[in-house]
Design a protein around this ligand. Structure first.
Ligand code: NDP
Ligand code: BG6
Length: 501
């Protein structure tokens, strides 16, 4: 989709609720600056920070936060203009006054321009204030004039189980039209996740994934750090809610869905929903959940303290920091193919990838054991790449077989290209009114239905997670479960970066 914004369009106001929160500081404010710097936003843009009055933050403090997080190294003149286009409103999240002030501010911008303004409200707020803020937004800030629009961009958590998510959806549906609601899953804004559609439906050879050729699909998310001081918050969700139910399931739907009849958001999301409807709720027997413990041999600053000893974590917490779940997509294409979803914190590396492992070549004519299973790996991060692990004749005399790869490493093939951060793409998509990479209500509902029974079982029966050392690959039981369902790891593949040859 072309993300070029009509810069001459109506004035646009982006309101960031909670600009002093860690998330806004780390992801949102830098994304806004980068988009401003790259001149991809409407030219008549105003940013507004809306902060809870208790934080007593003033515009100078917001500017200090911007300075600290935007890491400006050039274009200081432009940065000064960016700061000048940032306004600030204080108010409470439960009371009318701040929202009236916000609306007055937007109307002031409209009067100054003599044109109505488009309004994008970005909510990175704790779930406790979510309902009052959206209600007050609707009540005071969305009386659009002319053909201007108001859109609400919201962040997870979208509830913590099927019931609470449905309640939230009902609340939002009572306030906004579905086309005004943009539920982010920032993994849908990542380059390689967006690339899945092109890889699958733009290539004759790559698109033919199905039960005849594919032995298993593994979707992995690994972080080499722990909860980074947010254990108290993390303990209420755990890795299944934090990453698996949303980021990994979104990737799964893109890997497994049938070709949509067009690139329209509704056609794509209809196909994704069909995949979710074909997956039965995951059972505890098909899951390994784990919790990291201290590792005295690691130099990582977080490794000295195990999860259960972190501040805010009850000593008997069963909240997983790691999980492997085996899912089945019960349809004609995927019947019998296990989908391994794996995610964890405090592991040996940081990476996110999709790994399609193919079946053995039937009727093998080579020496026993020489052929290894092919794998197609789509590495989402770090260092975006698509590589296909395959067999070739060992170069030179003789007729040996060598395990090698076809390698599309972005840093080599697309030297010097800047891959925008996920949030940059997602903001532009909202401004352009494209919901392709946002989560629809029913997607959310079906994804929760797959995980809610499991989460309830673990929590109600206090099923203990398997311990694993901080900095390891996770609990051994996970490898055993994958092996049981047919994942083959030979350990024979060796990769040398062409840059090092
Ligand atoms: P490997 O065959 O080395 O690993 C395959 C998978 O097996 C990985 O998911 C791996 O790690 C997992 N694994 C490791 N140990 C075990 C075990 N004991 N039991 C079960 N599973 C295990 O191939 P890779 O595709 O990982 O490639 C090797 C390296 O080469 C990687 O670092 C890769 O990034 C790099 N490479 C880079 C390319 C590029 O930049 N373009 C191209 C090709 C390779 P885990 O389970 O921990 O995720
Ligand atoms: C968030 C999770 O959704 O994604 C975090 O809440 C996680 O726990 C983060 O660290 C990972 O995002 P990224 O883009 O850094 O891989």
């Amino acid at each position: 989709m072309d993300l070029t914004v009509d810069t001459a369009a109506l004035p646009c106001v982006i309101v960031v609720f909670g600009p002093s929160g860690e998330f806004a500081k780390k992801k949102i404010l830098p994304a806004l600056w980068t988009m401003y710097r790259e001149e991809v936003l409407p030219s008549n843009i105003t940013f507004v920070g809306y902060s809870f009055v208790r934080s007593e933050m003033r515009i100078e403090m917001l500017q200090a936060i911007l300075k600290q997080n935007c890491k400006v190294q050039a274009q200081y003149g432009k940065y000064a203009r960016f700061l000048r286009s940032f306004l600030y409103v204080t108010g409470k999240y439960h009371e009318d006054d701040g929202f009236k002030d916000l609306n007055a501010l937007v109307e002031g911008i409209e009067d100054k321009n003599g044109k109505p303004a488009n309004r994008l409200f970005y909510l990175a707020l704790p779930p406790t204030v979510f309902e009052p803020v959206t209600s007050l937004l609707k009540k005071h800030c969305m009386n659009n004039k002319g053909n201007s629009w108001s859109r609400v961009l919201i962040e997870k958590p979208f509830g913590h189980d099927t019931e609470s998510s449905a309640k939230l959806s009902e609340h939002l549906a009572g306030l906004f039209k579905e086309e005004q609601i943009y539920r982010t899953d920032h993994y849908l804004g990542k380059e390689m996740v967006q690339n899945l559609m092109v890889l699958r439906f733009g290539n004759r050879l790559l698109g033919g994934w199905n039960r005849d050729n594919v032995a298993s699909v593994m979707i992995s998310f690994k972080e080499d750090f722990g909860t980074q001081g947010r254990a108290g918050y993390f303990d209420k969700s755990g890795i299944i809610r934090d990453v698996m139910q949303n980021h990994l399931m979104q990737i799964l739907t893109l890997v497994a869905m049938e070709k949509p009849c067009s690139l329209e958001a509704e056609d794509i999301r209809n196909e994704k929903v069909k995949v979710l409807k074909s997956i039965a709720p995951v059972t505890i027997d098909d899951v390994v959940h784990g919790q990291y413990i201290a590792n005295a041999n690691s130099k990582h600053p977080e490794a000295a303290v195990g999860y259960l000893d972190e501040d805010g974590v009850p000593k008997d917490s069963v909240t997983p920091t790691y999980a492997l779940a085996v899912l089945r997509v019960n349809n004609e294409r995927w019947d019998g193919v296990p989908f391994f979803l794996r995610c964890g914190k405090g592991l040996n590396e940081r990476k996110a990838e999709v790994r399609i492992q193919f079946r053995e070549v039937p009727g093998d004519i080579f020496k026993n054991g020489e052929l290894k299973r092919n794998e197609l790996v789509i590495r989402v991060q770090p260092s975006e790449a698509v590589y296909y692990k395959m067999m070739t004749k060992t170069p030179g005399m003789g007729f040996g077989v060598d395990e090698t790869e076809l390698d599309l490493t972005y840093n080599d093939r697309y030297k010097g290209i800047r891959l925008p951060d996920a949030y940059e793409r997602l903001f532009l998509e909202v401004i352009n009114g494209s919901q392709i990479n946002f989560v629809r209500t029913d997607e959310l509902d079906y994804a929760w239905k797959i995980f809610t029974p499991l989460l309830k079982k673990i929590e109600n029966e206090k099923i203990k997670p398997k311990p694993y050392s901080f900095g390891s690959r996770g609990p051994e039981e996970a490898d055993l479960l994958m092996k049981k369902y047919g994942f083959v790891f030979t350990g024979t593949y060796k990769w040398t970066s062409p840059n090092k040859l």
